[in-house]
Design a protein around this ligand. Sequence first.
Ligand code: NDP
Ligand SMILES: O=C(O)C1=N[C@H](C(=O)O)C[C@H](O)C1
Length: 244
Amino acid sequence: MTSIGILGFDGRMGQAIDAAAKAAGVGVAGGVDKGDPSLPELAGLADVLIDFTAPDALPGHLDAAAAAGTPIVIGTTGLSPDHHTLIDEAARSIAIVQTYNTSLGVNMLRGLVEEAARRLGPDWDIEIVEMHHRQKVDAPSGTALLLGAAANIGRGSADGQGLNRLDRMEGGAREEGGIYYASLRGGSVAGDHQVVFATDGERIELGHRAENRGIFARGALKAALWLAEGRAPGRYTMVDVLGL
Ligand SMILES: NC(=O)C1=CN([C@@H]2O[C@H](COP(=O)(O)OP(=O)(O)OC[C@H]3O[C@@H](n4cnc5c(N)ncnc54)[C@H](OP(=O)(O)O)[C@@H]3O)[C@@H](O)[C@H]2O)C=CC1
Ligand SMILES: O=C(O)C1=N[C@H](C(=O)O)C[C@H](O)C1
């Protein structure tokens, strides 16, 4: 039986993943939170690590995974360009799935947004609105950035990566001609995203609503089981996991 190690065990996602693993009959080798000295031991015990924590935890988690030769699913958002460089480096020796959204629905939406942006062309403005629970710390959400990247790829923008926008968003600064993001925080919303394509006289709205964290937890487990089948070292996304 495949066993997972949960990084951020006591967190909202950690608990959702533990519950999803139990429901699916996937083994849980253990879980750690901030500063837990048993991280290297867990990395050696688990077949796959799953990390839903905070950006400042990432370097230590990657070191532990690489030292043990254990693949890892990274779902943490708010990552900087430096974090992405660290992931690239670790992916030389272990297999890593890094994604800002593990749900099937958002990964389907990503393809639809790319296609819409490609077909609609430059006369259509693109705006992204997201809403999350009041405890969420990063904004825009990782998913909003992922969808923005898909739109940029679709319309052939040189800024197709789109993932490093956070620093440029500070103080509300936004690029001329770029994609605009609006972030709402309140209540217990698990995650709503809406991509608005607007031109003179009409709009198209493509969106996704997460009704609970189970969809993210099941997607993370799917990614972990996919890695546990035995992937070569490298960096993967949910597009690889889901075969989209
Ligand atoms: N990719 C996806 O599909 C999804 C991604 N997310 C992302 O997952 C992350 C976690 O979300 P959520 O579970 O709601 O957050 P929570 O705040 O509920 O949980 C975070 C967990 O991480 C731990 N943690 C925080 N800092 C560190 C650290 N430096 N080292 C080790 N552990 C640490 C916390 O432990 P302690 O309490 O001890 O600090 C806690 O257990 C966020 O970045 C969120 O955006 C969320 C949902 C879906
Ligand atoms: O923090 C959350 O809760 C979520 N974070 C992810 C994000 O930033 O996109 C995914 C999901 O929307 C829930």
